[in-house]
Design a protein around this ligand. Structure first.
Ligand SMILES: CC(C)(COP(=O)(O)OP(=O)(O)OC[C@H]1O[C@@H](n2cnc3c(N)ncnc32)[C@H](O)[C@@H]1OP(=O)(O)O)[C@@H](O)C(=O)NCCC(=O)NCCS
Length: 170
């Protein structure tokens, strides 16, 4: 297990090629993808996303989406992390958790630690976060992490509320 971040309750680690089933199980719940719009068709699709989207980010940018495990039993509960968006030259904070793990502060705990890592270890200048207006939980997480609302925009055909945080302001 290649651990990147440890918090009081969580471990964030690099995804590996054998993690397709974890991703598929996570995205299988329609409530989990309600505001993300990217359900996975099957394990083969999950494997493609893993190998073509998630894993290459680590090599290219030294960050990416990380698997989140609950200490001490190391149950997989979801993912959190950063993603570089080349067409916008932005680093995006994202997170997604199994419904069984919602409402316990895990998104805030992992997102907060991810922002800190991005600024302190990676030297990023700015991190953004986006959520649809109806995704109240996600908007709350962004706000609890100290991100500031900077406007609405259409991203991939959906209205998004965009937040940002600058290095030095966290
Ligand atoms: C959004 C999500 C990550 C929140 O995770 P979580 O671990 O439940 O969040 P936290 O426990 O850290 O909660 C942070 C705050 O949001 C609030 N909150 C969480 N879900 C909420 C909801 N559905 N409605 C209103 N408030 C909500 C919590 O009460 C908490 O506020 P508080 O500290 O004032 O009580 C989780 O619901 C999820 O994975 N959703 C599916 C994927 C997704 O939408 N990802 C984000 C895409 S932009």
């Amino acid at each position: 297990m290649n651990v990147i971040i440890e918090t009081d309750r969580l471990l964030l680690r690099l995804f590996e090629t054998g993690d397709a089933a974890l991703l598929y199980e996570l995205n299988k719940d329609p409530e989990v993808t309600l505001y993300t719009g990217d359900p996975l068709r099957d394990i083969t699709h999950a494997q493609e996303v893993l190998e073509q989207v998630i894993l290459p980010q680590y090599a290219l940018y030294h960050h990416g989406r990380w698997a989140v495990h609950l200490k001490p039993g190391l149950e997989f509960i979801g993912w959190c992390g950063l993603k570089y968006i080349p067409e916008r030259d932005e680093v995006d904070l994202g997170y997604r958790f199994k419904k069984s793990a919602w409402g316990r502060g895990y998104a805030t705990e992992s997102a907060d630690a991810t922002i800190r890592y991005g600024f302190e270890k990676l030297g990023l200048r700015r991190i953004i976060g986006r959520a649809m207006p109806g995704n109240l939980g996600s908007l709350k997480v962004l706000e609890k992490c100290g991100m500031k609302f900077i406007g609405e925009e259409i991203v991939e055909e959906h209205l998004a509320m965009t937040y940002e945080i600058l290095n030095g302001n966290y």
